[in-house]
Design a protein around this ligand. Sequence first.
Ligand code: PLP
Length: 465
Amino acid sequence: MTEYHDDFAPTHRPEPYFIKVVEPFRLKSAAERTRAIRDAGYNPFLLRSEDIYIDLLTDSGTAAMSNRQWAMMLEVQESELGSAASRLFVERCREVLGFRYILPTHQGRAAEHLLSQAMIRPGQYVINNMYFTTTREHQERAGGVFVDLIVEEAYDPRSVYPFKGDIDPKKLVDFIAKHGAERIAYVCIETNVNMAGGQPISLGMTKEISAICRYHRIPVIFDATRVAENAYLIKQREAAYADWTIKEIILELMAQGDGCTISAKKDVLVNIGGILGVNDPGLYERCAALCATFEGTPWSGGLASRDLAAMAVGLEEMTDYDYISSRVEQVHYLWSRVKEAGVPVVEPPGGHAVFLDAQAFLPHIPQEEFPAQRLAAALYETAGVRGMERGIVSAGRDPSTGRHRGSKLELVRLTIPRRVYTYSHMDVVADGVLDVFRHRERLTGLRMVYEPPTLRFFTARFEPR
Ligand SMILES: Cc1ncc(COP(=O)(O)O)c(C=O)c1O
């Protein structure tokens, strides 16, 4: 951990790397931005990348890779069978995550697919802490019945509860008592819950949940996509672990479970890749067979050796304290700037993004008129900044009734890519948000004019009312 001299306190801890490669971009004119968002059906997903000034759509696959990652990618031989990259990848996963059996996949959702198919019998419940779109989709495709048992604080954007990602142990115990442990396929615990505002789980409560599950012989599976950021927030917010290293916290957290799925495109600092880790050899065999059918060989998951090599290095870099602290603190800087100006945000700040509370930001727009979608479109039009709706559109429709599922949270996610933007970019984003906030009464709701059958937030189109 880098310490500054006692007398020297810079305004903020600088990014702990220097920039070797740059990609120029420019702000399009106001008229061009208005045209671009209209042509995109007011869905920022459908904007062309050349029309975007600062892209906070996602932290997925958008990280800048390090010189060590690029060097390793060039160094490895491409021969797939028994490649050194594959061995290095598996070794590094075991070392950082602690699971015995490892499968690479091309993305996180591919790992979710294999695991859901291997673990869920039709009609079984799968317990989650809130939901992630693809995770729930795969659980339901495998015939599972999705259940959300996150703590109630997670649904209150104003609550400053430090671990809004935790599962509520009372809800879990009641659920098991009512339905029986044998009807539960597994408990799926997401680290730094994305849809709740990047809110962490605590190690203390995870141990409690894991003990309940072990007693009832219910497997615990982590969605460990943002496990390093979660470990940093545990170090900050859970006194018992303040002196632990990021690596120690990750291992202790994962030791509470039986397996994990990971989208390596986030904390693992690569542009493509996923990981599935389990302890049970039988489960591994079933997943490996599915991997061969849907992904590629069990040692490559359909990825090139260079992608495995980049993940192996990324797994190590994500646990570096200087990196992970500057990453999360940059997110907190943006959060503080908008929060201090009175903009409603999800509190406390999370790990990977700042979430604007669109319902409080635009109280005059009812949820059926998509306030978060409207706000995301307005931020692009005002400042060229692309964020993403995480509310009623993302929640989709209930497959049995066909109705909007509805969402207790109606948010716009400003997701910060890793090692890509600097503090001055954060200032531009904050200025853009404040500008929209000043003129918020002018915004009207939207009407959805095109809706795809699943995961509609990617391609739905809207028009102003
Ligand atoms: C928490 C979480 N789980 C799973 C996924 C799916 O991963 P991928 O996009 O790599 O398929 C994502 C990202 O989109 C995510 O944020």
